[in-house]
Ligand binder design. Structure first.
Ligand SMILES: [Zn+2]
Length: 163
C-alpha cells in the first residue's frame, strides 16, 4: 500500500475501527463531517519505537519493527498462572497442562504420534505451541476441563473428516 498523502494517519481511527469491528452498513444516514478534518499536527503521529519512522501503526514500514501482540497468555516471571478453559480451571500452570496432555497422548495415541498429539491439544487450549519437551513430561492427573476440551476437539475433528 502506497500512501503519499498521509491518509493512513488521517483516517487511522476509522480504518482500525472498520478493520477490527467491521461494518454493518455502508451508510448509517449520519451527516458528513461539516468541517474538514485537520491533520493531526498538534498531536504528533505515532513514531516507530525503534527507528522513529512516521507513521507507525502496528508495524513499522521502515524497519519492520512490530511490537509483540498482546497474547491471551500473560507471562510473569515467578508467578504461577492457572490455565482456564472457559470458567473451569484446567491446570495449575502451563507445565502442568503439558504434563496432562502428554499423559493423555501416551494413553491414547501410538508411540510415534504421541508427541504431535500432545502438542496439538496443548495449542488448542493455550493458543501457542508448547515450550516444553515431550520426553521431559511427567504423568499427571488429567483435569475434567482438559478431558472435555479434548472430547470436543475430537468431535470437531470427526465432523471435519466426514464433512
Ligand atoms: Zn522502525
Amino acid at each position: 500500500m502506497l500512501d503519499f498523502s498521509g491518509n493512513i494517519v488521517r483516517f487511522q481511527e476509522d480504518y482500525s475501527n472498520i478493520f477490527y469491528h467491521g461494518l454493518d452498513s455502508l451508510n448509517n444516514g449520519e451527516k458528513l463531517d461539516k468541517v474538514a478534518r485537520k491533520d493531526k499536527e498538534e498531536k504528533e503521529p505515532a513514531k516507530c519505537p525503534k527507528c522513529e519512522a512516521v507513521p507507525f501503526i502496528k508495524k513499522c514500514t521502515a524497519c519492520g519493527y512490530e511490537p509483540k501482540p498482546n497474547s491471551l497468555i500473560v507471562h510473569e516471571k515467578g508467578v504461577m498462572r492457572e490455565i482456564m478453559i472457559g470458567k473451569k480451571k484446567a491446570a495449575s500452570d502451563e507445565r502442568d497442562l503439558w504434563n496432562q496432555v502428554c499423559t493423555y497422548a501416551r494413553q491414547h495415541s501410538a508411540p510415534d504420534k504421541q508427541r504431535g498429539r500432545a502438542a496439538h491439544i496443548y495449542k488448542s487450549i493455550v493458543g501457542t505451541w508448547p515450550p516444553f519437551e515431550f520426553y521431559a513430561s511427567k504423568d499427571a492427573k488429567i483435569s475434567r476441563a482438559v478431558l472435555n476440551k479434548i472430547k470436543s476437539n475430537n468431535i470437531a475433528y470427526a465432523k471435519r473428516r466426514t464433512a
